[in-house]
Design a protein around this ligand. Structure first.
Ligand SMILES: Nc1ncnc2c1ncn2[C@@H]1O[C@H](COP(=O)(O)OP(=O)(O)O)[C@@H](O)[C@H]1O
Ligand SMILES: [Mg+2]
Length: 266
């Protein structure tokens, strides 16, 4: 059974795709077998992994088809390998219509879970890159995983906005009678002239937040933006960048929270 983790935040541009990709590859560097699911109709993560052509393919085995029609495909027909050491189920053009097509369907929030139950057995981690808005796909991501990592952007770093992100998860827990574990809230795009170190420290010592906020932050670095633009990862683009260490720390934190220190909790 795979540990499923959704990288979620209803806001765009906070670094969901960047963190999903770099955390996934970091987990692979720790010898975990990782599958990424690109649930964002804009398919940025798929594009970053070089899967542009796949985007417009008419494909019976697309993620969209499996979400709308219910699980149809075998793992080998939907999962693609990549040069980054992780496998991926890409997004494609048809994902744009999925929210509308699911709107009147039964079990519409559970479609991703039903699909993944069929395909991710052989993976240690399944990582979901979540879309940037609340809706059926967002709900599907959270409910398939029941574990989340929440990136928060430098300028949103306040008690109010962190609580807003936590409240969304709370509401889903109540609505679906389920329990969702917040593995980490990750400050991202932290700038030297942005959120003050003292503010971050204060948030890290605030009851109700301190158990979630990571003791490290991902800083804003041109190399991270360039690596994404160049369709690769920071590990390949600039392995000497100081933020590589923080992505590895995030992977180690996720591993210790999920596995309790040993692979697959053994
Ligand atoms: N730590 C960072 N340093 C520099 N640029 C970053 C960092 N994190 C994300 N970015 C850039 O910010 C933009 C938005 O990030 P992205 O991961 O696409 O956010 P989201 O998926 O939440 O919309 C992208 O251009 C990405 O390359
Ligand atoms: Mg994204």
């Amino acid at each position: 059974m795979s540990y499923r983790i959704s990288v979620s935040n209803q806001k765009g541009g906070v670094g969901k795709t960047t963190i999903c990709l770099h955390l996934s590859v970091a987990l692979a560097k720790r010898d975990r077998k990782v599958l990424i699911v690109d649930l964002d109709p804009s398919a940025y993560l798929s594009a970053h992994l070089g899967l542009d052509d796949y985007y417009y393919d008419e494909n019976k085995n697309s993620l969209a088809y499996n979400l709308v029609e219910g699980p149809q495909s075998n793992p080998e027909d939907v999962i693609l390998g990549t040069e980054e050491g992780v496998d991926v189920i890409p997004s494609n053009y048809d994902m744009r219509g999925v929210e509308d097509r699911l709107s009147a369907e039964r079990n519409r929030e559970m479609r991703l879970k039903m699909f993944l139950d069929n395909v991710d057995e052989g993976y240690d981690y399944t990582m979901i890159d979540s879309p940037p808005s609340l809706g059926v796909l967002y709900d599907n991501a959270i409910l398939a995983c029941q574990r989340v990592v929440i990136p928060i952007k430098d300028e949103d770093m306040s008690i109010v906005s962190i609580h807003r992100a936590l409240d969304e998860i709370d509401e889903l827990e109540k609505a679906f009678g389920t329990s969702i574990e917040i593995l980490a809230i990750v400050p991202n795009l932290v700038r030297p002239d942005g959120v003050a170190a003292s503010t971050l420290e204060r948030l890290r010592n605030t009851d109700g937040l301190k158990e979630y906020l990571t003791p490290f932050e991902i800083r804003q670095r041109v190399a991270i933006r360039r690596s994404m633009k160049n369709r690769t990862t920071l590990y390949k683009h600039k392995a000497s960048c100081d933020q590589v260490e923080n992505f590895m720390k995030l992977a180690d934190l996720v591993i210790s929270k999920c596995e309790g220190g040993s692979k697959n909790g053994e």
